[in-house]
Write a new protein. Structure first.
Length: 480
């Protein structure tokens, strides 16, 4: 085998049904921390620079292939029509790509999201002076794993599956991870001798190890941790893998200079970027392609998806998706920023504010209890409490334009399409249906009139009527 650490090919086995997931979705497409199980494996493989990466598909092949075409178009696929075991799956690949037999072939499973590039590189290195290597680990509970049987010189004799193991072999704690590096030529030759004469009636890839050793070839084991080889077969293992990956990601950010006040309640997708000296408070979820700049403070109790937070911004108890939060802007609490919301430098979207497809320029404020949809708001403008941008007429959405240094009175309804010019005001409680010129005040409300004694006549005997009568008596006595 070549001494290079770049394999000729990587084969990822992803054809299984995954019945224990109890889901119509293929197991390898279940997601944790911003990517599918298969995606995490492919991300570990990518730095190896293999000449070809092949994913073996079977169950749910259309869905898996569609995912690969979109996210990993450089990856090849081979269909395993009948899932007759791991050995059979690799046979199918070598039949489709016979040229792979001329180099090094790494084989691994598509449901092992905790596998690292370092693990695979070490495996290839271990195999560089022999004919094959297997990634192994000592585990606390080996039940269900294939056991690594070593020779006296510490090379691998064979791998025995759980159902074929003797009682003595079942006490062995070193187990097979399902990750291998083979000489492609010897792999192809050995697979021709693999049979299905075992408890499962399948062609085991593990049999190749025994075939090689019995032919006088050397096979070595490369040890890693039991955490790294964890596969996902059910929802409990999915959650376990997610927690481990969360801790890894969080540790990487903290080492890079990010403050995570409570890492156990902080979930950060692997696709998220955070600059040093940012602070993440408890119970924060950062997903998708969210980006957090230095000196920003996020949380507590916030979820940001595909959101950009710039230098020094503060985001508190906020849900945001597809938003841009400008430098030193302030958001929250209990704020909802929907897609295409852009907050300028020093802008504010305060408590119980919802914004969608809206631009809030530098220094502009929507302090509380307002809905802003399909709008542009100029710098220095203040939107009074309980203002509603009425953007939808039942068929189409319409835009509202608010100029610079405008003062929108509380409880204003801005019925789009409408424009309020620079420096203009609106009176509290107005329903603005026409443009307000620059420097003007828009007043759109009926003149108040009071109907005296309406409660006494229409609600006699009510608590309101009693209160009114008591007030009238008090005033009469004071007047007397």
């Amino acid at each position: 085998m070549s001494a290079t650490n770049s394999p000729t090919a990587v084969v990822i086995l992803a054809a299984g049904i995954g019945t224990r997931m109890k889901s119509p979705q293929p197991k390898v497409l279940h997601s944790i921390l911003g990517d599918t199980l298969l995606g995490h494996v492919l991300s570990a493989v990518a730095p190896l620079n293999a000449s070809r990466v092949v994913v073996v598909v079977g169950h749910g092949r259309d869905e898996v292939t569609a995912y690969l075409n979109q996210s990993w178009p450089q990856v090849s696929t081979v269909v395993q029509e009948h899932q007759n075991g791991t050995g059979h799956a690799v046979k199918v690949v070598l039949e489709a790509f016979p040229e792979l037999a001329s180099g090094t072939v790494v084989v691994l499973a598509g449901d092992s999201p905790l596998l690292t590039t370092h693990d695979i590189s070490e495996l290839i290195h271990a195999a560089s002076n022999c004919q094959a290597a297997v990634l192994s680990a000592h585990v606390d509970e080996p039940h269900g794993y294939g056991r690594i049987i070593r020779n006296g010189d510490d090379t691998v004799c064979c791998i025995v599956e759980e159902k074929d193991a003797t009682d003595e072999q079942k006490f062995i704690t070193e187990v097979n991870s399902g990750v291998y590096a083979f000489s492609g030529e010897l792999l192809a030759t050995s697979l021709a001798s693999v049979t299905a004469h075992n408890a499962q009636g399948e062609q085991y890839l593990t049999d190749v190890v025994e075939i090689l050793t019995q032919s006088g070839h050397s096979v070595r084991a490369s040890l890693t941790t039991q955490t790294n080889i964890l596969g996902v077969n059910d929802r409990a293992q999915l959650a376990q893998a997610a927690a481990i990956l969360r801790n890894r990601i969080n540790e990487e950010h903290m080492i890079a200079g990010v403050t995570l006040v409570d890492p156990q309640t902080t979930w950060i997708d692997r696709t998220v970027t955070i600059e040093s000296d940012a602070t993440i408070l408890p119970n924060v979820h950062l997903t998708g392609h969210t980006s957090i700049a230095t000196q920003a403070v996020i949380g507590p109790d916030s979820t940001l998806h595909d959101t950009t937070v710039l230098l020094g911004a503060h985001v508190t108890r906020t849900t945001a998706s597809g938003a841009i939060i400008g430098m030193h802007a302030s958001v929250g609490p209990y704020t909802f920023l929907r897609p295409d919301t852009v907050l300028g430098e020093g802008a504010k979207a305060g408590g119980f504010v919802e914004m969608k497809n809206a631009q809030l320029d530098a220094g502009a404020k929507v302090p509380h209890l307002s809905y802003v949809g399909d709008a542009t708001i100029g710098e220095g403008t203040n939107i009074g409490a309980a203002t509603i941008f009425v953007n939808y007429d039942g068929v189409d959405k319409h835009h509202t334009t608010i100029g610079k240094h405008v003062r929108i009175g509380s409880d204003t309804m801005l019925v789009a399409p409408v424009t309020v010019g620079d420096g203009a005001y609106t009176a509290a409680g107005s329903v603005i249906t026409e443009d307000v010129p620059a420097g003007a005040i828009g007043v759109a409300r009926a003149k108040q009139r009071n109907i005296v004694d309406w409660v006494l006549r229409r609600r006699p005997g009510s608590k309101s009527a009693q209160a009114a009568l008591a007030d009238s008596s008090r005033k009469h006595e004071e007047g007397a």
